[in-house]
Design a protein around this ligand. Structure first.
Ligand SMILES: [Zn+2]
Length: 163
């Protein structure tokens, strides 16, 4: 009986310690900016996308990329057009579990939305996931260029009203 009790106590204790470690790590992630490594990878990808755009469309673009922790959980990224300014938002919370997905899939997906705005195409058909958008997304080497998504990740505000 003693052994069983001890084993049980030990297991409970170990679980508790692991729980605290996970909790503390989670808190640290939420309160700190993304690591230098992730930011560097993001920067590399951004440069890759800009080069692609220059090669294919012969234009130089520079959309601010904002790491945002106020986006809803189910939204990985967002492309916005507000009074002539195009911005890309990436959900910080989503970097914790899958940074590669954020960099290789979400960023090109949002970049393609930003390019649509750049070209003056503000269609909201299918949440902006038109064939034209998809072609840009593929051109940028995107891995998440599915036209049939269940979310809306574009925000268009022109001269006061939201389209
Ligand atoms: Zn989208």
């Amino acid at each position: 009986m003693q052994t069983i009790y001890r084993t049980f106590f030990l297991l409970t204790f170990v679980s508790l310690v692991l729980f605290v470690i996970v909790f503390v790590k989670d808190q640290q992630f939420q309160q700190n900016p993304l690591s230098k490594e992730i930011l560097q990878e993001l920067q590399n990808k951004e440069q890759f996308l800009k080069n692609k755009i220059y090669t294919i469309y012969n234009v130089k673009v520079n959309f601010p990329i904002i790491i945002e922790d106020q986006l809803p959980n189910n939204l990985y990224g967002l492309a916005s057009y507000k009074q002539g300014v195009i911005k890309i938002f990436l959900n910080k919370k989503r970097f914790q579990e899958n940074k590669q997905y954020m960099i290789d899939s979400v960023l090109p997906h949002e970049y393609a939305h930003a390019m649509m705005f750049y070209f003056g195409d503000f269609t909201k058909t299918n949440g902006g996931h038109t064939k034209k958008w998809q072609q840009i997304c593929y051109n940028l080497g995107g891995k998440k260029c599915d036209r049939f998504v269940d979310h809306n990740d574009i925000l268009i505000e022109k001269l006061g009203g939201i389209y």
